[in-house]
Design a binder for this molecule. Structure first.
Ligand SMILES: [Fe+2]
Length: 618
């Protein structure tokens, strides 16, 4: 039985195909259209999923959409009525779009599907899609479920239980009381983009002190012991206006919102630290309460807030659960997988078995390209390359480049599903190099970031480098853990001063504070991804070879893109990005292209500026 899941029309559209209960393929539309967070109908992603599964559109048994558009419309209407007349402006702007597009969703989806398929179209509940995406692919037979996001139809948080092939959600928080929207309000106020800059705010938090946490509890929210809360809507504008926060919010936190791209002050760092602390407290309380009610040993998470890997790491270390599994595409893209799996298990009552491993396949669910396709592409371009078919010789070649502090574009196997690059479309480098952070930021990503890069570590070495239990996995880069004391280095008085006071955050983050400085944040934390042989053997081999050469099982891993660009999908995308940046080498499966060998095509400053200009700043 073939079920196509679709998430679309809000943020980060995606498609997924589930064949007889197995996730065969999943991809976000942005990777094909090269438009970040593309919210249009995912026609390319749908076409890819069908092709990967070898299906004609007629062979689809069901098409499952990830939420219920009519309920969303109802929320909009009722919110307008509750806040009229001040909400009228937002309402008047939104309603023609809704009337034109969202209420005719059924027709839009049908028109978007190839081949005018007649298969039944099902609409899931938004948080049931999130919950299904978290529980059904998880390695657990039974688990507590927590979904947290901005808002679906009405729900912003849902709690429940998954057992075997069924999930049951029994407690909900409803709009406008939303942890996701609260975090987004601070993201907006601190000058970052809502729905994508939340990750930056989380990265800014370690520079600050949570001095505003008390003000948040006192004025903005009424937080209960079980983690549920009411927000005081006097401070927010998202129900009635076109901004997240209002004047009263400004007054409480000492001024107007920060303009994007302007300097970041200590106040913003403290605000980031404060909302992060509050978020962690809410997640901890919810997690504990859910554990008391369900007595489950395991917890699964999804929804945009589940991408807050600092809160996840804390919940795992300090919370009541033996283990936690988080859907890697925790945001709305993952709803496509959830909707399809919900149809299979819950609606069709198909059994589910577990064997201790998750069924997300490392989230390597996107397109792969054959050696022949890559060779043809490179030959067509007239690019000089080295092809190494022997796996070990190939790994040694790449590890050698890394040891020479080269920055390597690594393109291998099926593309990742979800926002993180996990070793299929990654840029990698030597984490020990003190200059790696600055090089990657300025010459590769073209951003001036205050955030360090994420580490990849060989699974069996993770607990020797980071505060993690032996055997603890983090294959999806969704858990933050501190770098162990033994790998930290003594910091001189002068550097300490720089670390705490320098107004230029890049100077602070560049202070060497561990033997792997490129991945160590100012508070010694790191967004850990563990790499195992089973999920990604090719990447594992390179890391293992690097470890044998250097004694270091850690590399820097960042997504294969420049600032604002969706992660590369095809060899063409990767080659274009390679040429536009100062990347030293490009590994396209068995083919290795060195920048020093590329005679033509390396772009000048003007062409590079043009390349960068096509992507909106994120
Ligand atoms: Fe959502």
């Amino acid at each position: 039985m073939n079920i196509l899941g679709i998430s679309a029309f809000y943020h980060d559209s995606a498609a997924a195909i589930v064949v007889d209960g197995e996730i065969v393929a999943a991809a976000q539309e942005e990777r094909f259209t090269r438009k970040k967070h593309d919210a249009g109908f995912p026609q390319h992603a749908v076409a890819y999923c069908l092709e990967e599964a070898g299906l004609h559109p007629d062979q689809l048994d069901f098409v499952a959409f990830y939420d219920k558009p009519m309920l969303k419309f109802e929320r909009l209407l009722e919110t307008e009525l509750a806040f009229a007349p001040s909400g009228i402006r937002a309402f008047v702007m939104a309603i023609p779009v809704w009337l034109r597009e969202k209420l005719t969703m059924r027709r839009m989806i049908r028109n978007g599907l190839p081949g005018k398929t007649k298969s039944p179209l099902l609409f899931m509940d938004h948080h049931e899609s999130h919950a299904a995406s978290a529980f059904f692919p998880s390695p657990y037979e039974e688990a507590a479920i927590l979904t947290l996001d901005g808002v679906g139809e009405w729900t912003t948080t849902a709690c429940g239980v998954g057992r075997g092939n069924r999930i049951e959600l029994y407690r909900h928080l409803q709009f406008p009381h939303s942890l996701g929207l609260l975090y987004s309000a601070f993201t907006y106020y601190c000058g970052f983009k809502v729905n994508s800059g939340e990750y930056k705010l989380m990265g800014l938090a370690p520079y600050g002190t949570p001095v505003y946490a008390d003000a948040i509890y006192k004025h903005l929210m009424d937080l209960k012991p079980d983690g549920s809360f009411w927000l005081n809507m006097d401070y927010f504008n998202y129900c009635q206006g076109l901004t997240m926060t209002n004047r009263r919010f400004d007054d409480l936190f000492g001024g107007p919102p920060r303009n994007p791209e302007t300097s970041i002050e200590q106040r913003h760092m403290d605000l980031a630290a404060s909302i992060q602390a509050v978020t962690e407290e809410v997640v901890m309380r919810m997690g504990r309460d859910l554990h008391e009610r369900t007595k489950m040993r395991h917890l699964v998470l999804a929804g945009g807030v589940a991408l807050n890997c600092v809160a996840n790491g804390k919940l795992l270390r300090e919370g009541p659960y033996d283990d936690i599994w988080i859907q890697p595409a925790a945001g709305d893209a993952g709803g496509a997988v959830g909707a399809a799996l919900f149809t299979w298990h819950q609606l069709l009552d198909k059994p589910r078995s577990t064997n201790g491993r998750d069924t997300q396949k490392g989230s390597f669910l996107g397109p792969a390209f054959s050696q022949e396709q890559i060779r043809n592409f490179l030959d067509r371009k007239g690019v000089q390359y080295t092809c190494i078919d022997d796996e070990q010789a190939h790994a040694e070649y790449v590890a050698e480049l890394l040891q020479q502090e080269k920055v390597v574009g690594w393109f291998h196997g099926r593309m990742e599903f979800g926002p993180r690059a996990l070793g299929a479309r990654s840029i990698i480098g030597d984490a020990r190099s003190p200059k790696m952070q600055a090089t990657m930021n300025l010459k590769i990503k073209f951003r001036e970031s205050f955030r360090p890069f994420a580490p990849v570590v060989l699974q069996e070495h993770a607990h020797r480098w980071f505060q993690m239990r032996e055997g603890q996995e983090s294959p999806y880069m969704l858990l933050v853990a501190p770098v162990l004391e033994r790998h930290r280095v003594a910091i001189s008085h002068e550097e300490l001063e720089k670390m705490s006071r320098d107004p230029d955050l890049r100077q602070r983050v560049n202070v060497v504070r561990s033997s792997v400085p490129a991945i160590t944040h100012v508070d010694y934390s790191a967004r850990v991804q563990t790499v195992d042989r089973e999920r990604n053997p090719g990447f594992y081999r390179v890391m293992e070879t690097f470890y044998k050469m250097t004694g270091c099982p850690v590399l820097v891993n960042t997504s294969f893109n420049v600032r604002g660009e969706p992660i590369v999908c095809t060899p063409e995308d990767a080659y274009r990005c390679f040429l536009a940046t100062e990347m030293d080498a490009l590994v396209l499966e068995n083919f290795i292209v060195l920048k020093s060998q590329v005679k033509e095509g390396v772009v000048d400053d003007e062409t590079r500026a043009e390349y960068l200009a096509q992507f909106q700043l994120d």
